[in-house]
Design a protein around this ligand. Structure first.
Ligand SMILES: *Cc1c(COP(=O)(O)O)cnc(C)c1O
Length: 410
């Protein structure tokens, strides 16, 4: 049957040769995916990663990113979502029912707290907030209704590193699943599915039940892509999460997946550079009398330092990973206007949210509005968070130095 030109164009039979291989994989984009016959269209399952059914359920490009994230994190299954916050919301909604209770650390990622306080409350799901640096407080808050415990290491903005091993042991002993926001660790600072790998030779891996990541941060590395992931080793938990993910119609664009695949090979180098920059800045900040406290887990007197050392400093990596974040508490005798002027006069640091890209960022936060109670381990003052990019650290320190003149007692 001879076909018309447009039909021949659409059904053209050229195929890329087998055996073509290059550093960056091809981008497979689809809503429709062709089936060879009707039987095949009926037999393929949407959650089965050995075949393809429809674009929302994935293409070879998204399956590849899922697998690479599992390799990085030590997980078995991964799901991709449009943002880190969408990954958090998906976990909350997939695992909690009316009448259940969820526990959150007081230093959790702010929008996760807001989601739990506002959206879950509306659905009759209750919450309690615990102090991440106090295992006894977590133990006291667990009740028969607790169905999920959120963990975060280090905590958002104030960067306290919790004793994850004790937290996971406690939740395991009560049969409560744990979800770790592992954006800061990025799969590099510690192994969330095997917290005892360093030194412990017992075969039992002690790990969290699932992790979420803002791939927006280090995996992307460019400050230009938004994406999130959920990773687990647990088959039954994955089935539950993947079913909800499918019902919600969550999916990601393959060009964004490609951008993350592009970023992943250099993630360790970028993480180490941002980490080294942050440590040098933390050391410099400690010397400045305007700052009454410097929050960075590698500093011996920072909250959570001992837990960070235990979990992140392994024989394999004695220096320990610590990401590119450092917060300072500015002495309360300076006004908010002065602190804002300090931030605004920085040239190399830009004012902005997020982190993990090439450009260093600064943001001022009010601790009082972020916490239930002012934590005993934090000095009173005004918090400024610095996120280090990939610049030369000498330029970053010179930039901070020139802006300091705004912090003078009137
Ligand atoms: C940025 C961030 C998120 C959210 O990621 P988005 O992709 O920006 O929605 C979640 N958790 C932590 C700890 C983050 O820093």
């Amino acid at each position: 049957m001879s076909q018309h030109c447009i039909t021949r164009l659409i059904h053209h039979d050229y195929q890329a040769p087998q055996g073509f291989a290059a550093p960056l994989p091809a981008v497979h984009k689809a809503s429709t995916i062709f089936f060879p016959n009707m039987a095949e269209s009926r037999s393929r399952g949407p959650l089965d990663r050995s075949s393809y059914t429809y674009g929302t359920h994935g293409t070879p490009t998204s399956y590849m990113l899922e697998q690479r994230l599992c390799a990085l994190e030590g997980g078995k299954h991964a799901l991709l979502l449009p943002s880190g916050l969408a990954a958090i919301a998906c976990v909350n909604l997939a695992l909690l029912n009316p009448g259940d209770e969820v526990l959150m650390p007081d230093n959790a990622y702010g929008p996760n707290k807001v989601f739990v306080f506002d959206q879950l409350k509306r659905l009759g799901i209750r919450h309690k907030v615990y102090e991440a640096t106090d295992i006894n407080d977590l133990a006291a808050k667990i009740s028969p209704a607790t169905r999920l415990v959120w963990l975060e290491a280090a905590g958002s903005i104030t960067l306290e590193f919790p004793d994850l091993i004790a937290q996971v042991e406690l939740c395991r002993s009560k049969g409560i699943p744990t979800a770790l926001d592992n954006t800061w660790g990025a799969g590099l600072a510690f192994n969330p599915f095997d917290l005892l790998r360093s030194g412990d030779t017992s075969p039992a891996a002690l790990g969290v039940d699932l992790t979420v990541h803002a791939l927006t941060k280090y995996p992307s590395g460019g400050g230009h892509v938004l994406m999130g992931s959920i990773i687990t080793r647990d088959d039954a938990l994955f089935e539950k999460l993947a079913t909800f993910h499918m019902h919600m119609g969550f999916c990601v664009g393959m060009n964004d997946v490609e951008a993350i695949l592009h970023g992943l090979p250099s993630i360790e180098l970028r993480y180490q550079k941002a980490d080294a920059n942050a440590r040098a800045i933390a050391q410099w900040c400690v010397q400045q009398p305007q700052f009454v406290q410097v929050l960075h887990p590698s500093l011996p007197d920072a909250p959570g330092h001992a837990a960070w050392k235990k979990i992140c400093c392994t024989p394999d990596n004695p220096q320990g990973g610590a990401a590119g974040l450092v917060s300072v508490i500015v002495d309360d005798r300076y006004t908010q206007n002065q602190v804002d002027a300090f931030c605004e006069s920085l040239q190399t640091f830009k004012i902005g949210y997020s982190w993990g890209g090439p450009v260093s960022l600064v943001m001022a936060y009010g601790i009082a509005g972020m916490r239930n109670v002012w934590p005993a381990h934090l000095q009173r003052g005004k918090l400024v968070r610095l996120c280090t990019g990939l610049e030369d650290v000498r330029d970053l320190i010179a930039d901070l130095q020139q802006a300091l003149h705004h912090l003078r007692t009137p």
